[in-house]
Ligand binder design. Sequence first.
Ligand SMILES: NC(=O)c1ccc[n+]([C@@H]2O[C@H](COP(=O)([O-])OP(=O)(O)OC[C@H]3O[C@@H](n4cnc5c(N)ncnc54)[C@H](OP(=O)(O)O)[C@@H]3O)[C@@H](O)[C@H]2O)c1
Length: 268
Amino acid sequence: MSKKNIVITGANSGIGKAAAIKFAKEGFQVIMACRDMKKGKNALAEIISHSGSENVDLIKLDVSSFDSIRRFNEEYRARYKVLDILIHNAAYFNHGEKEYQLSPDHIELTFATNVAGPFLLTELLKDLLEKSDNPKILNACSTNIKHFYDPKRQIEFDNLQGEFRESRPYSVYKLYGDSKMALLMLTFRWADEFKDAGIKVNAVMINNIRNEWQSIKKFRSWYRVAAALQNLIASPTGMMADVYYHICTSEEYKNVTGKLINHKKEIV
Ligand SMILES: NC(=O)c1ccc[n+]([C@@H]2O[C@H](COP(=O)([O-])OP(=O)(O)OC[C@H]3O[C@@H](n4cnc5c(N)ncnc54)[C@H](OP(=O)(O)O)[C@@H]3O)[C@@H](O)[C@H]2O)c1
């Protein structure tokens, strides 16, 4: 039987890297999709050394850029004929960042990275997923979406780009929450839309997982202190890697689609 292919975005750091190690150890062909090739190559060496598997590949992907996504798609097709699992793990979350940032396609950076990019990447790779005998998509969501349990908290559809940032509260933290909720909505939509194609689509509600220092450094003001303190009680990245693996490969979740699953591997 040939090896199964898995693409993990943002596999050079944190949970993505831990998941790459886990899947490589379990015999998958892992394709790391990373924007920074220097960081990617260092992580690739680490993943090979920790997993004991040479079946780890690296393709450049800046998921906030439509051009980069299209180039990734071409490069992936040049190397592989099938895609079995696609994990949308990469995300933009520089909490406390005051500077309003746009992607190369002029989409607010949080939405570009966490929603628009995964959307285009999925659309482009869908036919290769259809060639798998059990294709899966997993979206990395966050416990942050619990804010939406309050009916007053809504995605501001007229303010997705931060258009009203001068007159309404604007923060990357809030946009991050909105983007993760949008990714969850996309999970439900895709699950429905891809049913006939046999592609199972789920989301994982990630709780407090240890952040690498290089990620914490990107936070601003007290968010950096809060993240450093949270790290003291956070779970290791390997714990969430096991959750990713369980959702994508277990008998329990073989036919499950359109669900949000928490860190205890339970459907929410
Ligand atoms: N850790 C937690 O407690 C927690 C809680 C809830 C949800 N999550 C979610 O878990 C996922 C993984 O996060 P993590 O905790 O492992 O953080 P992390 O270590 O900072 O990993 C984030 C990854 O995303 C990559 N990335 C960011 N923008 C990108 C872009 N435009 N193109 C390609 N890659 C990009 C980063 O690459 P660079 O290294 O180049 O920046 C990095 O590899 C994220 O979706 C996050 O929202 C984490």
